[in-house]
Design a protein. Structure first.
Length: 229
């Protein structure tokens, strides 16, 4: 409720509409219109609004206008508010795992989110590999921590154009996980060296096969030239 939003208050404060947007995300909505017209709309539900300590929820169209009014300062403040709220829960899980000598298990996920192939209104959408096909859309990268109760505690998430490759997302998610948990993962360069060595054997075999094929091709070209001559 303290994050800055450059919008005047009419019936509901702009921060209330951000709370409504968050509640909608947590309820599983896929489109903003679902706040009012979804299978289980929360906008007209006074009980849900009061559960979030709000006087009521606005129509999705006004929520849309509030989101449009949000700038970089708003986004940064929302991210900080979520981080501050999540910190005690993350710290408790990490403390319990380390105290019992248990490993920290991170689950890294990269999910393609396709959009209409003919649309030109989605910002920064790009063609990439999604669900075994090349589609126009985005790559959603997320990392969570498994708790002792086997529940997943989300640490960070990122929204990228569809052509973002997985290796850069892995690096980004690992850095975010380390920042959130305050625990730096032990690097295992020896395992990387083993994988490189295994791949090098494959490269060497392929190179030898290429050389053999090249020699065969050269001999046949010479034979063909001699016959023509």
């Amino acid at each position: 409720m303290q994050v800055p939003v450059k919008q005047k208050m009419r019936i509901y404060a702009p921060q209330t509409k951000l709370v409504e947007f968050l509640a909608g995300i947590m309820s599983g909505l896929e489109h903003l219109v679902d706040l009012n017209d979804g299978p289980r709309p929360i906008a007209p539900d006074v009980v849900v609004a009061r559960a979030w300590d709000q006087p009521g929820f606005a129509h999705y169209s006004t929520v849309s206008r509030t989101l449009e009014a949000c700038d970089a300062r708003t986004v940064s403040a929302v991210e900080q508010a979520i981080t501050d709220f999540s910190r005690p829960f993350i710290d408790q899980v990490v403390h319990d795992l380390l105290r019992h000598g248990e490993p920290l298990i991170y689950d890294l996920d990269l999910t393609g989110q396709a959009v209409s192939a003919t649309s030109q209104t989605y910002p920064d959408a790009a063609c990439g590999w999604m669900n075994d096909q090349v589609k126009l859309g985005y790559q959603l990268a997320g990392v969570c921590l498994s708790s002792p109760t086997q529940e997943r505690l989300w640490l960070a998430g990122f929204h990228h154009p569809g052509d973002r490759v997985s290796v850069t997302c892995v690096q980004e998610l690992i850095r975010a996980a380390e920042t959130q948990t305050g625990v730096r993962l032990r690097r295992r360069p020896e395992l990387v060296q083993q994988r490189i060595a295994m791949q090098q054997d494959v490269v060497n075999r392929t190179q030898r096969l290429l050389e053999q094929q090249q020699q065969t091709l050269t001999r046949r070209q010479h034979t063909h030239t001699a016959l023509i001559g």
